[in-house]
Design a protein around this ligand. Structure first.
Ligand code: UDP
Ligand code: MG
Length: 314
């Protein structure tokens, strides 16, 4: 707990954000300077192929508080956040998206809460203005499913827009797993967590960088890295299937003994039963495979990301 204003690191992951990056810088700078904060803005370029990097470099040359870490290719949002945390030096770190869906004006409020003893301040979306019905619905469903499946209590409707104390960042830096679901990892770490509510705005420009494919794999990562329940569910499927087939077996014997004339028809039921059980088997193998695949990825121990270039780090 500190009474002086802390040194703040703002981590911004960017992927093809040429339309938003400068506006983001202006608004973050304004919000922080109004509150007389000293800060650095660490922009992590996650393999952009538009003019984002040139724009960031220009910002770096006019303001040395802006720092750039540039990846060799796209490694994904969660890994970009992790790289920013690795590079940050602040006593407090705030993670924010480049598209200004999360208002930077909230940062001073988060810092107040930190001064009052919170080591994590996460921001809960009370309302999502810009997002489609589909996105809002699937996101709500996802957070609630995760809550049921995971033994770690992960707050509902909170994204990565959050403040972290240095202590928390240092623990996160030691967690090098590849399937990264940062918001879950932060909950797993613990410490005193506070929440703040806000209205999630529309993206100021450009398109979402999370197409459906990325959203699905993000959701699967979240669930599989924080729950083993799917594995148990697949055992449960197997058990239920075994019980059903045993009952069918008894029924078959019963018919054979007492109504032998009725035993020839049965093609359809046989077919359905075979399909049903092979379906269950495939689902279970698939679930198992997801975990095995992740274990394989982890044991390769490749670096999480590859840095191509850094600007303004001394
Ligand atoms: N982003 C990234 N790498 C990716 C996808 C997204 O660094 O592969 C960044 C993106 O530039 C933005 C933030 O992550 O700053 C959140 O992405 P976006 O706003 O597109 O997601 P949404 O808000 O639509 O879920
Ligand atoms: Mg966004």
């Amino acid at each position: 707990m500190a009474s002086e204003k802390p040194f703040l690191s703002v981590v911004v992951p960017v992927f093809n954000e040429e339309l938003t990056i400068e506006k983001m810088y202006e608004r973050v700078k304004k919000a922080l300077e109004e509150d007389a904060l000293t800060f650095e803005i660490i922009i992590v370029n996650d393999g952009s192929y538009d003019s984002t990097v040139e724009k960031v470099k220009r910002l770096c040359s006019i303001d040395n508080r802006v720092k750039l870490v540039s990846f060799s290719r796209n490694f994904g949002h969660q890994i970009a956040i992790s790289a920013g945390l690795d590079k940050s030096r602040g006593q407090v770190v705030v993670i924010i998206d480049a598209d200004l869906q999360d208002p930077p004006e909230l940062i001073p409020k988060m810092i107040k809460m930190w001064e009052n003893g919170c080591e994590v301040v996460y921001a809960v979306r009370k309302k999502r203005k810009g997002d489609s019905f589909f996105k809002r619905f699937t996101a709500a469903l996802f957070y609630r499913t995760l809550r049921i499946l995971s033994p770690v209590e992960i707050p509902l409707d909170a994204g990565d827009f959050r403040l972290l104390d240095r202590k928390v960042v240092d623990v996160l830096k030691r967690m090098r797993e590849r399937s990264r679901f940062v918001r879950g990892m932060v909950s797993w770490i613990g410490f005193r967590q506070g929440k703040i509510e806000y209205v999630r705005e529309k993206r100021i420009a450009g398109e979402t960088k999370y197409p459906l494919r990325k959203m699905i794999s993000f959701a699967i990562d979240g669930i599989l890295s924080f729950s083993n329940l799917p594995l148990r569910l697949s055992s449960a499927f197997g058990f239920i299937a075994a019980v059903i087939s045993f009952i069918l077996l008894l029924y078959g014997i019963w018919i054979k003994v007492f109504y032998p004339s009725k035993t020839i028809p049965g093609w359809t039921s046989l077919f359905v039963v075979i399909l049903f059980f092979s379906g269950i088997q495939l689902v279970c193998i698939g679930i198992l495979g997801e975990y095995v695949g992740r274990a394989y990825e982890e044991c390769k121990k490749r670096p999480l990301y590859i840095v191509d270039e850094e600007v303004n780090f001394d």
